[in-house]
Design a protein around this ligand. Structure first.
Ligand code: GLA
Length: 374
């Protein structure tokens, strides 16, 4: 059932309309900028939904609950507008805990084995929420909290979200101040910057968990999308999806996406489907292209750029139709896929993986851009 009460109760507040339109003479360009409307309440706090719009008709809606991208509307090659991510149009869909739909993930994206790690002589025990492991921050990760929003820059469509994760939250050490900025550019990029500081050494691995379906209709699967990844190696996993520690060459395996392949082409030979961290070839921490995803039917292309060393390609294996959208249409298996830029899963227990421990005085800073074209 469509729940629009939250939308109707609020008056849309236009904060600013600013980005310069190059074709102002035609009046056909949508109003570029950022606006907000009430989206309900969580933890006794009001939740807002921000809409970022650019002059090309791209529109991204982001909730202060979980920093969730609820919809990401773009044209297709015929100019038809639809959302390229799985989502709900009411907060209740998210309060029912869908598997991280569209959300910001933290304090640690993906799994930490047995919910335990050591820093120096101290052993820390995390909330375990995925069998014996801790997944995506524990029981109440950053995807389930209300973030504080600001619109800091009046020359771009930017939404700044901040959250203070307290010392001991979900078992993690240190007060961690997290700031995430979403910016929709005139070039159809959604840029996400992640910054954080801490007062005690802590693991940190922030990411974004949008499920993409470039057809714009989750009646279709993503098996007909073509994926290319700039990764010669991946991190194989055990049966509980914890990396074994090995970096394995993709060459000659179904994990070889160094040239474009249909996702459905070899998925049957990957038990359970793709749910793996790929080791990106670029190692210097600069912004580099990690992934390209295309759908020939809609003509849409999604390019992912990141400063991160890894990307989790998850092919929506656990979606099973039990969760439905606002019109009652189920989210079936493989109807969405995630490209989560990140450090490697379980790094705090794998000294050979790139470091994920942030110390007091250090600054955590990563950037990821999702660029859409059609
Ligand atoms: C991540 C994990 C998957 C799964 C999904 C959420 O991407 O790698 O194993 O837990 O989140 O369902």
């Amino acid at each position: 059932m469509k729940t629009i009460a939250g939308f109707l109760s609020g008056i849309t507040v236009l904060i600013t309309t600013f980005m310069s339109c190059t074709n102002t003479s035609t009046n056909t360009a949508p109003a570029a900028g950022i606006s907000k409307q009430p989206f309900g309440e969580a933890d006794g706090k009001p939740v807002d939904l921000y809409t970022l719009t650019n002059k090309n008709g791209v529109q991204v809606k982001i909730s202060t609950y979980g920093g969730v991208i609820t919809s990401w509307i773009t044209p297709d090659k015929n100019g038809k507008q639809s959302s390229i991510v799985l989502g709900f149009d009411s907060l209740s869909g998210y309060l029912a805990k869908p598997p991280y739909f569209g959300a910001l993930i933290g304090r640690y994206g993906n799994r930490i084995a047995n919910g335990k790690f050591k820093i120096g002589d101290s052993t820390y025990t995390l909330a375990t929420n995925n069998g014996k492991n801790s997944l995506h921050g524990g029981n109440k990760g950053f995807d389930k909290v209300v973030w504080t929003a600001a619109t800091p820059n009046d020359s771009v469509a930017s939404l700044a979200l901040s959250y203070l994760s307290k010392d001991g939250e979900e078992g993690y050490p240190g007060n961690l101040q997290v700031n995430v900025v979403y910016t929709l550019t005139p070039d159809n990029e959604l840029e996400i910057t992640y910054d954080a500081t801490t007062d005690k050494a802590t693991p940190i691995n922030l990411t974004q968990h949008s499920y993409f379906n470039l057809t714009g209709d989750h009646a279709n699967t993503i098996l007909g999308h073509k994926l290319q990844l700039d990764a010669d190696y991946y991190t194989p996993v055990d049966t509980s999806l914890i990396p074994t520690g090995e970096l394995k060459a993709v060459k000659g395996t179904p994990f070889d996406f160094t040239s474009p392949h249909l996702i459905g082409e070899r998925i049957d030979s990957v038990p359970g489907g793709y749910d793996h961290n790929f080791v990106l070839n670029s190692k210097d921490g600069s912004l580099h292209q990690a992934a390209t995803l295309t759908d020939s039917v809609s003509g849409r292309k999604l390019e992912v750029f990141t400063t991160e060393p890894g990307i989790q390609f998850y092919s929506g294996n656990f979606l099973n139709g039990s969760i439905k959208d606002n019109s009652g249409k189920p989210f079936n298996q493989h109807t969405g896929m995630c490209l989560e830029t990140q450090h490697f899963p379980n790094s705090p227990n794998e000294p050979k993986f790139p470091n994920t421990i942030l110390k007091p005085g250090e600054k955590y800073h990563t950037v990821t851009k999702y660029k859409i074209s059609w």
